[in-house]
Design a protein around this ligand. Structure first.
Ligand code: AMP
Ligand code: MG
Length: 418
């Protein structure tokens, strides 16, 4: 039940967007790069600008299957132009003889002398095989000009770009087969909690499967990180200290889950205060309040940053997507993309929490022609079902009850996968 009365307004919580801005500002790139084959570069981050080494397209070429000709000759030859040349894709740059036209195919080099291509469906051939064209032809019609997309030396992709299929294809189109990318971020993953067991182990009542570990391994893999999985760590300050000390030596970033509130079984904060420090602790969101950014060592810049995510699985996911991800992107040398958010009508009513923004997991229903947000399922911070079904989040400002038919900010979930 979503009863606002039960909510405790905690003073000192950071606003969600302030916290996100802090994460963005704090995520400074870590050093190191490597050369990899283009085929191995999907999801990697370019370490330097990629420049065009060819004009693109490389030569004037046909945008259509059709006939390449001189417009002037077409205009003064009522008997039609004979086809004197055939130019399939892969042919070199040929020359069109005076008074003739060329049968040409998409992508084939336009022969020298021709100044337009007529699509084959706009051409009639007479009994002698001569080409007649009814319509007016503009100069350069259906010709893709050399260099119209890019010129030698142009910046094709800037440093910090994460390579996707299209950007890999763009590099391939230049003949580039090796790229310089940032080395993979090394991330230590720590799951705290005496109740946790790993999937595959036999469960007894009271135990909880470590779903956060599985989720974060997937999320970190999606970001191209190398994971040092330190498994489940017991709820003692000594165990946690030992684990953090190792993580600090071997990785660029520590991500832990659980034990990050302020109860007596929550050891992350005191251990962090002992081994390093805290940037901020607590964000005014539901779920995801007990989020911490800190460091192991002397400072956030010189030490190893540590992100403490809440134990509750959906809170952990929210903390990752909204706060940890832009920080990780910054460490990788990327510029975290701005949040995509647009107005969507709510198809339900619901009380808003006091003192915190709520990030409701919703699906978009398009059956009425325009999107209507519906709850994706139970909204408890332990309920992964709704999170697994959701298309995105409806953002509900604190104390602002949701009313069916009213419009709220919607953030598509897909943006957190890139
Ligand atoms: P905590 O933040 O440690 O107090 O944990 C809050 C809730 O999240 C408790 O119900 C924990 O059992 C649960 N929890 C903590 N860590 C995990 C995890 N790695 N996987 C699944 N549930 C967890
Ligand atoms: Mg715990």
């Amino acid at each position: 039940m979503n009863c606002g009365c039960a909510e405790v307004v905690t003073p000192g919580l950071l606003d969600l967007f302030d916290a996100r801005a802090l994460m963005v500002a704090s995520g400074v790139p870590v050093g190191g790069c490597e050369r990899v084959a283009l085929d191995d570069a999907t999801g990697r981050v370019l370490a330097e600008d990629a420049h065009a080494v060819l004009d693109l397209p490389g030569v004037d070429n046909s945008a259509m299957d059709g006939y390449a000709l001189r417009r002037r000759e077409l205009a003064v030859t009522p008997s039609g132009l004979p086809v004197t040349l055939r130019v399939p894709a892969g042919a070199g740059v040929l020359r069109l003889s005076d008074g003739g036209c060329a049968r040409i195919f998409t992508g084939a080099p336009v022969p020298l002398g021709a100044d337009a291509v007529v699509p084959q469906e706009k051409v009639s051939l007479d009994a002698a095989g001569r080409v007649h064209v009814e319509d007016e032809l503009a100069a350069g019609a259906n010709i893709r000009r050399r260099g119209e997309e890019s010129r030698v030396g142009d910046v094709l992709l800037t440093a910090g770009t994460r390579l996707n299929a299209a950007s890999i294809a763009l590099l391939a189109s230049q003949g580039i087969d090796i790229v310089t990318v940032r080395r993979r971020l090394r991330v230590a993953l720590v799951s705290t909690g005496d109740e946790l067991i790993e999937p595959g182990q036999t469960w007894v009542p009271g135990q909880v499967y470590n779903s956060n570990g599985a989720m974060l391994r997937a999320l970190l893999a999606q970001q191209g990180c190398e994971v040092l999985d330190l498994g489940v760590v017991a709820d003692t300050a000594a165990d946690l200290s030992q684990c953090f000390a190792r993580a600090r030596e071997e990785t660029d970033l520590v991500v832990c889950t659980g034990g990050v509130s302020v109860g007596e079984e929550d050891h992350v904060r005191p251990v962090l205060e002992h081994l390093g420090g805290i940037s901020f602790h607590g964000v005014a969101i539901k779920p995801g309040k007990p989020f911490v950014l800190g460091w192991l060592g002397s400072s956030l810049c010189d030490g190893t940053p540590l992100i403490g995510l809440p134990g509750n699985p959906v809170a952990s996911l929210v903390g990752w997507q909204w706060l940890a991800l832009p920080f990780v992107q910054g460490l990788q040398g990327r510029t975290p993309p701005a949040l995509q958010r647009f107005p969507v009508t709510a198809g339900f009513s619901r009380r808003a929490p006091r003192g915190r923004r709520e990030l409701l997991r919703v699906v978009l229903d398009w059956t009425g022609g325009a999107p209507v947000a519906r709850l994706a399922g139970g909204q408890g911070s332990h309920m992964l079902g709704a999170a697994s079904q959701a298309h995105g989040y409806l953002i509900i400002d604190s104390n602002n009850n949701v009313e069916e038919g009213h419009v709220y900010g919607y953030c598509p979930g897909a943006q957190f996968l890139d």
